[in-house]
Structures are given as C-alpha cells and as structure tokens.
Design a protein around this ligand. Structure first.
Ligand SMILES: *Cc1c(COP(=O)(O)O)cnc(C)c1O
Length: 398
C-alpha cells in the first residue's frame, strides 16, 4: 500500500510502503524525488509564498507558515517512523509542547511526571499556571499515584519516558488505559528513546512529542520539535494552533533533520552499544557510587523498559562515591573528549551537570525529590570509538 501525502495536490505517490522495516523507512519514508526536477534529496524550498493561477487556485501551498514542501516531507517521515498518521513540526521542542498545552482551557487539569525536562517544567509552572491550568506532578513509575489524581477536569496525562536525567520509566500502555478511561489524552515525550527504540502510538499514546534537536537531528546543529498523532481530528486542532501561533521551522532546518534521520537507526545502534559498555565500566569503577542506566537490572525501570523499548538508549547518569559536590565538579571539568555542554543525542559525547544546566529551572526541593542531586553527572554517549570514551572517563574520574 502506498501512502499518499497528507497535502492535497503537490505530491505524487510516495515510495514509502507501510510494511517497510524501520531502517528502510528512515531512508525512504515520506521522502520522494522532487516532482519538478527529479532531485533525489529533498530540496530546501526557501520561499515564503507560492504563485496562484487564480485567487485560491494553487498547488496546495499558499504561505510557508502554513505549509512548506520541505517541512511536509519531514512531517510525513516522522509520522511513518512513529507509526502515526500525521506529523507536525515546530521551531523547537518547547514550541511543540506549548502547542499541546494550548489544546486546554482554564480550569483544565494536567497530570504530569514529576521528573520532566527542566524547560517543560518551567513552561507548565511559570507560564501555564497563570492561565488557569492546574498541573499535578506525580511519580509516573506508579500508575496508582496517577489514578489518585484523576478527576472530572483531567484533560491530559503528560509524561516523558525514559526521563531526563534520572531515566525513570513510565508504562505507556498502562498510562494510556488510565488516560482513556478518564476521557483524557496521553502525551508522551519520546525524545530520549526516539521511534527507533520505542513507538508510543503503538502502545496507545495520543500525542508523541519530540525535541528533534536531540537524537532525531542527531548532529547538534539544529533546534526543532515535532508532534505525531494518529487521529485526524486531533491533528486538525494542533495544526490550527501551529498555524495560528506560528512557531514553525524554516525549510533549511527541516532539511537538516531529514538528513539526520537517514542515519537514525545506525546512530542509535552505536549509542546503545557504547552506553552499555560504559555503564558496565562505571559499575566496576571503585570511585563510582551509583549508575543510572536502563540496561542495568538494578534500575527500577529496567523491566518495563525491556518490554517497551528495543534497547536501552545512550544516556547514563552517575554519582561518585561519597557524593561530594566539589569532586563531581572537578570530574566534569576534567574531560578532554566529552564536551561539557547542555543538550544530548548528537554524534559527539557530552557531559552535563543537570542541577546547574538543564534543570536549573526546577526548584532544588523538587529536583531532589526525584533523585536529581547537585552531584549527579549525566553523559550523552556519542558514536565515537568506545575505547577512547572510556580512556577519557578514566582520566577524568581519576
Ligand atoms: C531538549 C528537550 C526538550 C525541549 O526541546 P528544545 O528543542 O530544546 O526546545 C523537551 N523534552 C526533552 C526530553 C528534551 O530533552
């Protein structure tokens, strides 16, 4: 069965076949030779507007905030990879999340994970609380705690799995059942896993969220976000907000993400491979106290992760023995190959101090409740040779 692009006139039949395996979809889905020239790679349609033959008579494109052909190919690609019907792209991951919350009205309530990306927590607590939306922050590893917060105003359950940086895991199918029995939507931020490792829509999620800035783009050269849904009515509501509020990406950024996705499966395999070896190495290091990595059987999320993910991802957090702040800072300053920086998911390895960097917007009391101490060190393991990464860790930890 061939999928015809969502957009009315412009695209001929896509080469994408829904039965294709993931690696084939990563290279081909949603992407087809340019109908005008035959260009094999998606052209960057650097245009804001489109000629009409008569008022209102056009090829499906009127203005690039609303639709742009480079963006359309990326949106179709994302929908295919997540096994949803529709993709929508935004100028950042936060703009995508913002669009989800704009589905709500004053008085509505959200049950959100207590271990969210810092920027998401900031958006909810510092922006949307003032708009009359109530957020309940709950430990999503326990579905009973979520059930306890459900009431007639609950419109959305919002989770991230695995989380950043504690790697706690939400049982997506269980959460979808709770959301749907309450008449609420389930939104899952799939940034850490990517559809290579986990497809929330196949487990009942209504909205999948991505910061494409991370693994999907994969090269730390673009900031972008996306939503993927499996319901046309919901897509229409989100697309209306996307077009009305206008946080849409430019075609050049869409091109970069399309290019990044072509190697998503290869990169993810190597991220997972390297992370597994590094996690084992850290576990055996005499100066390392605790290692948070989903592939380790002692991780509380291990069993559910093993059941809903293909592999355990490229993220590791750890704490040194003695839990000493000055020593943790010194280690982070000592890396030569790992770069000390925010963000994650690029080909290069990064080290982050979540308490002062990615999660500075989360109050200390909230952070510590979820285990995110000032001594926690987070690694985004890249695709370099793992021997070189271990050599760098060895000299940094000392
Ligand atoms: C980075 C990130 C975001 C925000 O995305 P931006 O592209 O930086 O706006 C949201 N969720 C998670 C899990 C992230 O890592």
């Amino acid at each position: 069965m061939n999928k015809v692009s969502d957009n009315p006139v412009y695209f001929v039949l896509s080469t994408y076949n829904t039965r294709m395996k993931f690696a084939t979809k990563a290279v081909h889905a949603g992407v087809h030779p340019d109908p005008l020239t035959g260009a094999v790679m998606t052209p960057i349609y650097q245009t804001s507007t489109y000629a009409q033959v008569s008022p209102g008579v056009h090829k499906g494109y009127e203005y690039s905030r609303t639709h742009n052909p480079t963006r359309t190919q990326l949106q179709d690609q994302l929908a295919a990879l997540e096994e949803g019907m529709h993709g929508l792209c935004f100028s950042s991951g936060m703009a995508a999340i913002d669009t989800v919350i704009k589905l709500l009205s004053p008085g509505d309530e959200v049950i959100a994970s207590n271990d969210l990306y810092g920027g998401t927590y900031r958006l909810f607590s510092k922006v949307y609380t003032d708009f009359g939306i109530t957020f309940h922050y709950v430990d999503m590893t326990d579905p009973e705690l979520v059930k306890a917060k459900i009431n007639k105003n609950t419109k959305l359950i919002y989770t991230e799995t695995p989380t950043n940086p504690m790697l706690s895991v939400t049982d997506i199918a269980a959460m979808a059942a709770i959301a749907h029995s309450a008449g609420a939507l389930l939104a899952v931020d799939n940034t850490f896993a990517t559809p290579y490792l986990q497809k929330p829509i196949t487990m009942g999620a209504d909205i999948v969220i991505h910061s494409l800035t991370k693994y999907m783009g994969g090269h730390s050269d673009v900031v972008m976000g996306a939503l993927i849904v499996n319901n046309t009515e919901l897509k229409d509501r989100l697309a209306f907000i996307q077009n009305s509020c206008g946080a849409t990406p430019g075609p050049q950024d869409c091109f970069l993400v399309l290019r990044g996705i072509k190697t998503l499966h290869l990169r993810m395999e190597r991220h997972c491979h390297n992370a597994r070896i590094i996690a084992d190495w850290l576990m055996n290091h005499p100066k390392v106290g605790h290692v948070y990595y989903l592939g380790l059987p002692h991780h509380p999320g291990h069993t559910i992760a093993a059941s809903q993910m293909k592999d355990f991802g490229g993220m590791i957090s750890f704490i040194l023995k003695g839990d000493d702040y000055a020593q943790a800072i010194k280690v982070m300053e000592s890396f030569k190959l790992f770069t000390l920086a925010e963000s994650l998911g690029g080909v290069e390895s990064l080290v982050t101090h979540p308490a002062s960097m990615t999660h500075a917007a989360v109050p200390a009391a909230e952070r510590i409740k979820s285990g995110l101490t000032d001594t926690l060190i987070r690694l985004s393991v890249g695709v370099e040779d793992v021997d070189d990464l271990i050599e760098d860790l060895a000299q940094a930890i000392g």
